[in-house]
Design a protein around this ligand. Sequence first.
Ligand code: BGC
Length: 419
Amino acid sequence: MQKKPSLTFPAKFLWGAATSAHQVEGGTHNQWSVWELENAKSLAAQAEYQWQDLDNWPEIKDQAKNPDNYVSGRATDHYNRYEQDFDLLKKMNMNAFRFSIEWSRVEPEEGAWNVEAVEHYKKYAAELKRRGIEPVVTLFHFTLPVWFTALGGFEKRGNVQYFVRFAEKIVRELGASVRYIVTVNEPEVYAHESYLAGHWPPNVTSKPRMVGVLNNLARAHNQAADVIHAINRRYKVSIAKNSAYFYAGDDAVLSRKTTDIMQYFQDDYFLKKVVKHCDFLGVNYYFSNRVYGYRVHNPDEKLSDLGWDLAPANIQHALERLHEKYDLPIIITENGLADADDSRRQWWITQTLIAMQKAMDNGVRIDGYLHWSLLDNFEWDKGIWPRFGLAEVNYDTMERTLRPSALWFAKIIKHLTKD
Ligand code: BGC
């Protein structure tokens, strides 16, 4: 058996977990919650066709065929139970937490701030700090106020100002309690799913419109970053970049060329537009893609509950490439898998830590690792059956239970952070 490298992470490393508001809070009213109510029945009706090939279909089918699965509703009730959830972070010896601010709560009508919601998030950040947990705040994680989408959302360049105003408001309100700010989560995933594939609201399938949205998201990041930096240079701003790693499955010129092109559009097309306005690089890693000719064809030796090919070790190459190209400190802002029976999570995290260590040994500066997710949560158009949580959520009682992999991870973190 090959010896595993010994792990030596920097003393100030951020060890934590991530969530987003709509996926856990419950009771949100935004463009997604409206869409869910309109689409739950048809998503449930298509479930068998979509998911029946999964090995775990017998286990998920009742939930996947139930329209209620596709309505976020109470979600995990995190809006009310956040203190209890922060205690879970402490139990896992974590010192960082990524969450998003729900814009539709803070500004339910254009230009009208909801004082109660603002106070909620101020208390929320303060409670994290009180526990010695560093907040990593996301401003746009796929959900938008209905008034904003009615104005054309990020399709209209003129609407970017509204996002920038929201960003400024939040940073002024949270003040010194936060340092790390993620403006936009996975810009390409949002633009692709909502404006090209048409899976997510507003279900558009148009390349020019997708490109328009991407460009406006880059403007939104750059302008928000400038405004935030003008408030105080102490803030560290980035996007959360979805970064899959592409590699050629054979030596054919076509496979290698396609790999390069896919990797370019995956990472560089957008990053080039925003990198000058980033203090660090947030990286979300879930996938690798093996390319033959024009196509992706993965080994599929180990799969997640969603049927995603599991290649955690390849995060090393994703990190090394981003470091070489952009030379920014990296925080892994998401990384994880849907694994309801928790049979693969410990293995996934082990492989990831080893890969991060190798990347660091090769000169990559990594400042943090935030696992997706703290809790089981509402997985967008797939609903609640995919289980990404370090903590399992019982949706009937809202009880949280740390999974065995989480208890194991807690011990690893403790070991890695001891003086
Ligand atoms: C998103 C999360 C999502 C996760 C798992 C990322 O694309 O930022 O909201 O739950 O992946 O699919």
